[in-house]
Design a protein around this ligand. Structure first.
Ligand SMILES: [Zn+2]
Length: 232
């Protein structure tokens, strides 16, 4: 039987004070990555929480929009174009599909204004639409602006927009390449695309419109007892 191997010399021991210093240094070295990792984690979680909070706020705002009545009238996205100037191409055949919107022609670079109040839902490029912006408005309707030459420099997803907000500029991106510059304007509901033309209202007031407004009798609010009304 061989005896258990034992070192002939006892391990060298550090003096107590230097041993403590060594332990302290060692624990400091071990702490640095932990502290750093903690810092990185907390910064990341603050940033993440910020983004989650932003998303949450957007969803809440969108949910509020769904509870509102959809706009009965929306503003012409191009300030100086009249509704009469739009050739109605709703559902016109386009190859194996139908045109789900209206084309509004204007010189390249003409500012495209939001037709409604709402929030920017998407900013992005696709094959047909080229550079596009989608805005969600009252009733959860989505307004789609396509073939943009460029986006307005300040816009971002989640931004609140009014009828005065510039979203981008008229162009020929997507399948509009080679055609005269125009805005493709689409309106979508949960049930699918709808014709934007009947909703559109000119931004400038013509004499005719003023006269029409004057011709209307002042609206009276009826305060009639339904029971009496049935007797009348
Ligand atoms: Zn179009």
């Amino acid at each position: 039987m061989t005896p258990v191997n034992q070192t002939s010399r006892a391990p060298q021991r550090l003096p107590v004070s230097s041993h403590r210093r060594f332990v302290f240094k060692k624990s400091l070295v071990a702490l640095v990555p932990i502290v750093l990792a903690g810092l990185v984690l907390s910064i990341a979680s603050v940033l993440l929480a910020g983004r989650v909070a932003e998303k949450f706020v957007l969803y809440v705002r969108m949910a509020q929009l769904y509870t509102r009545e959809p706009d009965r009238q929306i503003s012409m996205p191009l300030a100086h174009v009249s509704r009469k100037q739009i050739a109605n191409t709703w559902h016109a055949p386009r190859g194996n599909r139908r045109h789900e919107g209206q084309d509004i022609f204007a010189p390249r670079g003409t500012p495209v204004l939001s037709a409604t109040e709402g929030y920017i839902l998407r900013i992005g490029e696709n094959n047909l639409g080229g550079q596009t912006v989608s805005v969600i408005g009252a009733g959860g309707r989505t307004y789609y602006y396509a073939h943009l030459d460029s986006y307005a420099p300040h816009i971002a997803v989640g931004n609140h927009v009014t009828r005065e907000t510039v979203l981008g500029y008229v162009g020929t991106t997507g399948n509009a390449a080679g055609t005269p510059p125009h805005l493709h304007f689409g309106v979508y509901t949960s049930g699918g695309a709808m014709n934007p033309l009947p909703l559109l209202a000119d931004r400038f007031h013509s004499e005719k419109k003023k006269n029409d407004n004057n011709a209307k009798p002042p609206s009276k609010k009826k305060k009639r007892n339904p029971a009496r009304a049935s007797l009348a």
